[in-house]
Write a protein that binds this ligand. Sequence first.
Ligand SMILES: NC(=O)c1ccc[n+]([C@@H]2O[C@H](COP(=O)([O-])OP(=O)(O)OC[C@H]3O[C@@H](n4cnc5c(N)ncnc54)[C@H](OP(=O)(O)O)[C@@H]3O)[C@@H](O)[C@H]2O)c1
Length: 234
Amino acid sequence: MKRLEGKVAIVTGGSKGIGRGIGEALAREGAHVILAARDQEVIRDVCVTMRAAGLHVRGLQADVSKVEDVERLIDDVIRTEGRLDILVNNAGWGVFKPVIDMTVEEFDGMWATNMRGVFLMSKAVVPHIRKVGGGDIVHIASLAGKNTMKNGAGYCATKWALRGFAGSMMLEVREFNIRTVTICPGSVETGFSKGGKKGSNIPQPSDVAAAVLFAVTAEGRAMFSEIDLRPTIP
Ligand SMILES: NC(=O)c1ccc[n+]([C@@H]2O[C@H](COP(=O)([O-])OP(=O)(O)OC[C@H]3O[C@@H](n4cnc5c(N)ncnc54)[C@H](OP(=O)(O)O)[C@@H]3O)[C@@H](O)[C@H]2O)c1
């Protein structure tokens, strides 16, 4: 028996990088997975590949920073799947440059996806997860939400904020049997940032996915509220 048989999960930013890895891992454990991102064509291609591997995935176009997109996404999932058990707030955007060079649009854009999107999605899913008796909300934050870094002022601020949001929300929803886990990876090999680290010693999306699976398949009485993920070789 697969461990997530019968469960329905949404992964935001599920078309690339870490989100794609998480979506695949959840589907391999038997979950019905909805991958959400803005670029319809990329999601479609990813779904074709995953379905060819026998996985139950569906792609839906949505910008998590837009109220109407989030409403449409959740309505579609409930209408077609009839339930929702797991949300992975993974969609994120990072611009790395000095504060004096960062445009207002870049700053606002990071907050729109990394924080407003998390708020909109989390708010929208809680009533549905309560209806099925509980479930999991996973936030993909970053070690940049615990540390500071040169040229990372805008990005770090959104991830520090996310940890504050997640920790506080955890205290509100656990009484409804909803667990929240915040995962804080260091560098992961994806197309996320131009200067991102590459190589066999760098954690991969599958490593973040393993942390997600660990948390969402834990015994119901236990909650891993925060997990740091670092490379073994610095
Ligand atoms: N890679 C790292 O080193 C690293 C380390 C720590 C934490 N993280 C965090 O991990 C998460 C995923 O990063 P990644 O490396 O996998 O990035 P990525 O490869 O750039 O993928 C980002 C994903 O998010 C989607 N997305 C971006 N803005 C969106 C929006 N407004 N609405 C819906 N989807 C949106 C993108 O698709 P569209 O563009 O089509 O929307 C894409 O699917 C982010 O939250 C990031 O901050 C990454």
